[in-house]
Design a binder for this molecule. Structure first.
Ligand code: BGC
Length: 451
């Protein structure tokens, strides 16, 4: 049981969560820039206007990555920093920022993995219907072409969209995230379909404009279902549930509706029946676009639910015992998800896998000794990564990106949740490596041998 020799130990962030708006530099607004100014939307009225001020401090942040020994860094580009109106006019200052970041990473021997879309829909495109507009696939394609033109001489690895489950589900169904709408279910299926078309168009455009052969994937999410025991019937129960589809009002929380069309070129049959009255027109041409071949499969995995096969031959959930472990954000601690998630995904989709996000929030504080002790995070990582190591024997797992490098703007929860390996004091912008960052450095050096 071991990780590949070239295993990509990394950490991840996203643009709005760390950069700071820096609005005087030609950047356009996106839906989060607007949403965070709406009263009552975000915890204590926090915004990403300054965040970790990474825009100005990226050199210090790359030095921290180097100190931790990261081999790879996954970050996202803010579409509206590069194309202020989403299409057309290019903001060269935005391009220069990402160029400098990429150069700094390479100078320090850190492999950049770029995500094109981590939820920053340009506001100008939102006004034109955003993901509801079928043109959105072309808009996103134009952006992807530009990114490839300008950066793919040095960047080889790209993810198109991050967690469509969230930006459609939380942004347009529950309204907790930007733009804060409670849209009809039908609209959300249409948006999802267009977002998947946009993914496909981006894959085409990245390749068409690439300066070298690229490795391209996307980075969906969703809770994992894992088996209570290793009995084949329990494994089967968990697998069935992992790829099952929820009720229409929660429909975005699943794997198969998003990943089957990308990898297989068709939506799951069960969903076509179950969701029939909500579906937009789906053409063969759409499905060909959506299933444009990709090279790698990214998945963000945080937790899961446990299943066994019931006596009636139907999967049944194993309820959590009282006092079950949870993180500060109240998510359950379920290390098994990092074994069974990648295994089930690999069995089904047969693509090399990257865990594009995994981590936990904790009530981290600076102690009297000036350090940040986060034993819970170390314990969490030891357990989760131990399970991932088991999965490495059963699936082709290429890398792991810890969420997150830095404490950052946790969307509607503002700065109240700390997911970083590096503590950020938002009053001074001082960074302090938490104990877990030191632990991770040792782990990377030994390629996880002690797990
Ligand atoms: C998102 C991140 C987020 C993290 C923790 C994922 O859903 O991609 O942006 O900060 O989980 O909630």
């Amino acid at each position: 049981m071991s990780f590949r020799k070239d295993f990509m130990w990394g950490a991840a962030t996203s643009a709005y969560q760390i950069e700071g708006g820096v609005y005087g530099t030609g950047k356009g607004m996106h839906v989060w820039d607007v949403f965070t100014k709406e009263p009552g939307r975000i915890f204590e009225g926090h915004t990403g206007d300054v965040a970790c001020d990474h825009y100005h401090r990226f050199r210090e942040d790359v030095a921290i990555m180097k100190e931790i020994g990261l081999k790879a860094y996954r970050f996202s580009m803010d579409w509206s920093r590069i194309l202020p109106e989403g299409t057309g006019r290019v903001n060269e200052e935005g391009i220069a920022f990402y160029n400098a970041l990429i150069d700094e990473l390479l100078k320090n021997g850190i492999e950049p993995f770029v995500t094109l879309y981590h939820w920053e829909l340009p506001y100008e495109l939102y006004k034109r219907g955003g993901w509801m507009n079928p043109q959105s696939a072309e808009w996103f394609g134009e952006y992807a072409a530009l990114v490839a033109d300008r950066f793919s001489d040095r960047v080889k690895n790209f993810f198109t969209i991050n967690e469509p489950q969230c930006f459609v589900g939380l942004g347009f169904l529950t309204g907790e995230h930007a733009p804060g709408l409670k849209s009809p279910i039908r609209d959300t299926f249409e948006m999802a379909h267009n977002a998947l078309r946009a993914h496909g168009r981006a894959v085409q455009q990245l390749r068409a404009h690439a300066h070298q052969p690229l490795t391209i994937g996307f980075a969906p999410t969703s809770g994992v279902c894992y088996p209570e025991t290793e009995k084949p019937e329990d494994i089967e129960a968990a697998r069935q549930m992992y790829f099952s589809l929820p009720d229409p009002e929660h429909w975005t929380w699943n794997v198969a509706w998003w990943s089957d069309p990308v990898l297989f070129g068709h939506y799951p049959e069960e969903g076509l029946v179950r969701y029939e009255k909500y579906l937009p027109k789906i053409t063969d041409e759409d499905l060909r676009l959506i299933s444009e071949p990709i090279d790698i499969y990214g998945q963000n995995i945080y937790n899961g639910r446990c299943f066994r096969m019931g006596a009636d031959g139907k999967p049944e959930e194993v309820t959590r015992y009282e006092g079950f472990g949870k993180t500060a954000i109240d998510w359950p601690v379920t290390p098994e998800c990092l074994r069974w998630g990648p295994k089930f995904l690999y069995d089904r989709y047969r693509k090399p896998i990257y865990i594009t996000e995994n981590g936990m929030s904790a009530h981290d504080v600076v102690s009297l000794d000036g350090k940040v002790h986060d034993p819970n995070r170390i314990d969490f990582l030891a357990r989760y990564l131990g399970e991932l190591k088991k999965a490495s024997d059963e699936a082709d797992i290429r890398g792991y990106f810890h969420w997150s490098l830095l404490d950052n703007f946790e969307w509607n929860k503002g700065y109240s949740e700390r997911f970083g390996m590096v503590y950020v004091d938002y009053r001074t912008q001082q960074r302090i490596l938490k104990d877990s960052a030191h632990w991770y450095r040792d782990l990377i050096q030994k390629n996880g041998a002690e797990l």
